[in-house]
Design a protein around this ligand. Structure first.
Ligand code: BJW
Ligand code: ZN
Length: 242
């Protein structure tokens, strides 16, 4: 099976934690996942942060440390190459907060769920680049307003940036039937990202899923499913097209 890129094709790629797995970062769900044996809401919801901010900061501090130690893999690099070839006919939407796509060189990228290396004031909402770790008391506070600082991550129950969703919708609608949507390394359990493939169908585009263990409920909504590692499949897929 070949992913055909023609003159009018517009390619939208959605990535998830699986794309960073070959760099050495854990995925969320399943065996050995970050959330194995943990109540997700405790770590990734505003309620969890309000109740146990120290626990949440410890979790994200560890993730910051690990993310700094790893490097983009062949999957990340392949997507940079595609952006270079397709120009504005390419859009990368990522659920990952690890910054590996950006470090690989992706520019046309929508970071749907925020940034691991950014901190935000929960009172005045100021955002700044921050690689520090906060594992001990006291909790970090805003220099401007004394508000409690938090990771700049979109947690469950929080709204995604409206401009991001609008940009994706615009890209898909303007592509119409020339849209190719490719999801890689995501289990399709988190909305609204998991619903994008249904938008593709509405626009009469084509859809592809690349996943090591494609979950049946998600895979059934795609035209083509390739089982395997994204770091191995993405570079070969791209080699075959124009
Ligand atoms: C490989 C591989 C290799 C391994 N190669 N593959 C509609 C229906 C039902 C529920 C909802 C709905 N709309 C909204 C909701 C609620 C909720 C939601 O979706 N709940 C579901 C659980 C049911 N969504 C939200 O709350 C979102 N907000 C929202 O909708 O707001 C509405 C609103 C509007 C106005 C006002 C207020 C609110 C926000 C969702 C934010 C999610 N954030 C998280 C955590 C924070 C980030 C962090 O800590 O890093 O983001 S959740 C977590 O899951 C993380 C991920 O980005 C996200 C997706 O996970 P992903 O990437 O799919 O990872 P895994 O582990 O699940 O899968 C990895 C895959 O890789 C597997 O399939 C492996 O096989 C594969 N793999 N190695 C290829 N080498
Ligand atoms: Zn502040």
């Amino acid at each position: 099976m070949e992913l055909r890129i023609e003159e009018k094709t517009r390619l939208c790629v959605l990535t998830g934690a699986g794309v960073s797995a070959e760099s050495g970062l854990q995925t969320f769900r399943g065996q050995g996942g970050l959330w194995e044996g943990i109540a997700v809401e405790q770590l990734a919801s505003p309620q969890g942060f309000a109740q146990t901010p120290q626990l949440v900061w410890r979790f994200y501090s560890k993730r910051r440390r690990l993310a700094k130690e790893v490097h983009p893999n062949a999957g990340h690099h392949a997507l940079v190459e595609w952006e270079r070839r397709l120009g504005d006919r390419f859009l990368l939407v990522t659920q990952n907060v690890d910054g590996l796509h950006q470090r690989a060189g992706s520019k046309q990228i929508i970071p749907l769920h925020g940034h691991l290396m950014e901190t935000r004031c929960s009172r005045c909402q100021q955002i700044f680049f921050d690689e520090r770790t906060y594992e001990e008391e006291p909790l970090p506070r805003c220099k401007e307003c004394e508000g409690l600082l938090r990771p700049n991550i979109v947690w469950f129950g929080e709204a995604l940036d409206k401009r991001h969703l609008e940009r994706i919708a615009e890209f898909m609608q303007s592509a119409g039937e020339h849209l190719v949507f490719l999801a890689a390394g995501t289990s399709g359990q988190v909305y609204p990202a998991a619903g994008l493939v249904d938008e593709v169908r509405r626009n009469r585009g084509k859809s592809w899923l690349i996943d090591l263990e494609p979950p049946a409920f998600y895979a059934s909504r795609f035209d083509h499913v390739l089982q395997g590692k994204s770091g191995e499949i993405l570079p070969t897929l791209f080699r075959g097209s124009h």
